[in-house]
Design a protein around this ligand. Structure first.
Ligand SMILES: Cc1cc2nc3c(=O)[nH]c(=O)nc-3n(C[C@H](O)[C@H](O)[C@H](O)COP(=O)(O)O)c2cc1C
Length: 540
């Protein structure tokens, strides 16, 4: 396909609208594309002399770049008009270009087939096979009702219903790196629209996604007002850190309110500025006086915090490296995405996850059931216990059919089955029980040499799924715990060997139970304490 893009933004390549157009083109695949950047053209306004209709038919008296634009328009199969909305219409230079298309028409009066207006001038050229797309961003929160005069103009130019449109509000957000995650989601939908357009046409589903707001009206407007760095009431210039903090506060998702007001205090250590954001039922408010009792306090150099906001460094990685500190209630940090406007993608992922969670999430019980059965049943009666364990191992995949099986589940079932077979041999009870503890401990320890320590394979779903594996605090917590459980069970194997040979079974049971409980309590405490400890001190 031969595609002509007419970029009508006075900002040229820096145009927000052009970002959408480029995504659309990417979606359309490999095509022969020409681009006309109106701001770079030598283009005078139409003189209104009508020479192109009389003295020099089809040719303008002005000798500038317009003749090349007309050639390109005649060359193209598809013309994409890419422009910002200026005063509810196209920017002036683009309107100039539109006026200068007069040589493309014949002077005679005709009725339009679509009944538009009170007459028209037929086209000098056969434009019947051409397709048109309008791609535009505007500054208000929504494109709805803002494009009436644009649509009315293009109804005349292209014919009513003879062109596609992608109109997007909140256009200035496309140049904010802090919001890239959300704007990239939108660009993905535009890309999809491009793919569909070239094959079957833009689907209703994609169309309705294109019409969704980037952010809710009040979030966007609060953010937009704060972005100018001018106080809304006084009109005075405000400090960049206050303007930034207000924009951050605007992203607060009041749907996350759980009945408790929170005060997030943020101190930009190098700027010597501290602000408090009250996160309440009705939204957020930024205070400069610092009179509220802080629930959570962040101490950060300005550059670190803004780099995190721009997505140049992960917040959890920076925290782990001690680049900033957090004191007070750490749950706000753990649930940051929930409090500060989760992106659409995250929300949808979460819905998908909860819908299919029964099928997708693994359960640590799948891994533990064979081991627990083995240790209890075999210590009561070696042969019957071994047979029961074999049966349990065989049934576990069926019983846990709605859970995903991890590699540790499979290893556990295989090893426990082997140990049960070993137990069925004469005089192998003690050896197999001890070997079981040893194998269990080794499985935990060896998992630390992989990308996913044993416990992480199960709990990562509570911490953003696969993304948790990039979170150094999460990973370190899990490595420490996996080592802890591994060492515990290797020690258990050693003392079990001696106590069983000395026939001190009661002491053994007390010791094993106490050790497991102690490690369980340590685990619960450690997963709470360790992230807070990192937040407070940074990495030592
Ligand atoms: C002179 C001027 C007039 C504008 N008029 C409107 C308008 O009427 N409605 C609107 O929603 N946005 C308006 N805007 C905002 C732009 O449409 C918005 O910033 C757009 O995303 C810019 O796109 P671009 O980067 O492709 O040029 C106006 C901007 C300027 C500079």
């Amino acid at each position: 396909m031969k595609i002509l893009v007419i970029n009508g933004s006075p900002k040229g390549d820096a145009s927000n609208s052009l970002k959408l157009t480029k995504a659309f083109l990417e979606g359309m695949g490999d095509n022969d594309v020409r681009e006309v950047t109106v701001s770079r053209l030598n283009l005078s306004p139409c003189k209104g002399c009508f020479c192109c209709w009389s003295k020099t038919p089809g040719k303008c008296v002005i000798n500038d770049d317009m003749s090349r634009v007309i050639e390109d328009e005649l060359w193209a199969d598809i013309i994409i008009w890419s422009f910002p909305l200026y005063y509810f219409n196209v920017p002036g230079p683009l309107k100039n270009l539109i006026d200068r298309q007069l040589p493309m028409n014949l002077p005679f009066m005709t009725e339009r087939e679509d009944g538009m207006g009170s007459g028209s001038h037929p086209s000098r050229y056969d434009m019947s096979g051409k397709r048109y797309i309008l791609i535009s961003t505007c500054g208000f929160y929504s494109a709805e009702k803002n494009y009436e005069s644009v649509k009315s103009m293009f109804d005349y130019i292209c014919g009513k219903g003879n062109y596609e449109t992608i109109f997007c509000g909140q256009g200035e957000l496309f140049r904010a790196p802090e919001l890239k995650k959300r704007t990239d989601e939108y660009l993905d939908i535009v890309r999809k629209a491009g793919r569909e357009y070239i094959s079957t046409g833009i689907s209703n589903e994609t169309r309705s996604k294109l019409n969704e707001l980037l952010y809710p009206k009040e979030v966007f407007e609060q953010m937009a007002d704060a972005s100018w760095g001018i106080d809304k009431e006084t009109g005075n210039e405000v400090d960049k850190s206050l303007s930034f903090t207000r924009q951050m506060a605007a992203l607060y998702n009041k749907g996350s309110y759980d009945g408790k007001d929170r005060v997030l205090e943020i101190c930009y250590t190098d700027l010597g500025k501290t602000y408090q954001i009250l996160l309440g039922k009705d939204g957020s408010k930024v205070f400069t006086a610092g009179s509220l009792p802080a629930t959570t306090r962040i101490e950060t150099p300005w550059e670190v915090w803004t780099s995190i906001a721009r997505g140049e460094i992960r917040g959890d990685v920076a925290l782990f490296k001690g680049m900033y500190k957090v004191t007070g209630d750490f749950s706000l940090m753990m649930n940051w995405d929930k409090y500060f406007s989760k992106t659409k993608e995250q929300q949808e992922n979460e819905i998908d996850k909860s819908l299919t969670s029964k099928n997708k999430k693994p359960s640590m019980m799948t891994m533990l059931i064979p081991w627990i059965t083995f240790w209890i049943a075999v210590s009561i009666n070696a042969n019957i216990g071994a047979i029961i364990t074999l049966a349990v191992c065989a049934c576990t995949p069926m019983v846990m059919a709605r859970k995903e099986l991890t590699v540790y589940d499979k290893i556990s079932m295989a090893v426990v089955s082997l140990l049960s077979v070993l137990t069925l041999q004469n005089d192998m009870k003690i050896i197999s029980i001890v070997a079981g503890y040893l194998a269990f401990g080794l499985m935990w320890l060896l998992s630390c040499f992989t990308r996913e320590p044993l416990c992480a394979a199960y709990v990562k779903y509570d911490y953003n799924g696969e993304d948790a594996l990039n979170n150094p605090i999460f990973m370190k917590t899990n490595y420490v715990l996996a080592v802890g459980w591994g060492i515990l069970y290797i020690l258990t194997a050693i003392w079990s060997w001696f106590l069983m040979r000395l026939n001190m079974i009661v002491l053994l049971q007390i010791l094993n139970n106490a050790a497991t409980w102690a490690m369980g309590i340590f685990t619960i405490w450690f997963v709470r304490w360790y992230p807070q400890h990192i937040a407070l001190k940074g990495k030592r």
